[in-house]
Design a protein around this ligand. Structure first.
Ligand code: THU
Length: 131
């Protein structure tokens, strides 16, 4: 799967976005290290804090079905927004700092980052890890 196909998968799943409160639709497609692809859209709730981002839907689907390492993620939005901090920390849990994060807007503007550019200092702790 190349990046163009991953971006296309993100735009396709964005159609499923349930976002009646914000009106901001997001699609995400994760490429796992076994080359499987996992997609997700944002799913909002009338109790706003229960809403979940597209990226974490996709990552949760991946982990619950077996793969545990993210190689790349593509995110589709109207304006090319980058992932929120909670989603970046989730990516840090399941990918290395060099993993590719691609965002693309409806107009086709594409930006590509290493995870470490967007989240240079993810939370980690030897205490928590027990290492
Ligand atoms: N959202 C995502 O799906 N991913 C992000 O990284 C940031 C924001 C969603 C949450 C909410 O449903 C809508 O976009 C507006 O914040």
């Amino acid at each position: 799967m190349n990046i163009d196909d991953l971006v296309a998968a993100a735009f396709a799943i964005r159609e499923r976005s349930y976002s009646p409160y914000s009106g901001y639709t997001v699609g995400a497609a994760v490429l796992a290290d076994d080359n499987s692809v996992w997609t997700g859209c944002n799913v909002e709730n009338i109790s706003y804090g229960l809403s979940i981002c597209a990226e974490r839907v996709a990552i949760t689907k991946m982990v619950s079905e077996g793969p545990r390492r993210v190689a790349a993620i593509a995110i589709a939005t109207k304006d090319g927004g980058t992932p929120c901090g909670m989603c970046l920390q989730t990516l840090a849990e399941f990918g290395d700092s060099a993993l590719t994060v691609v965002v693309q807007s409806e107009s086709g503007a594409r930006s590509s980052y290493a995870l470490s550019e967007l989240l240079p200092h993810s939370f980690t702790s030897k205490e928590v890890r027990g290492a």
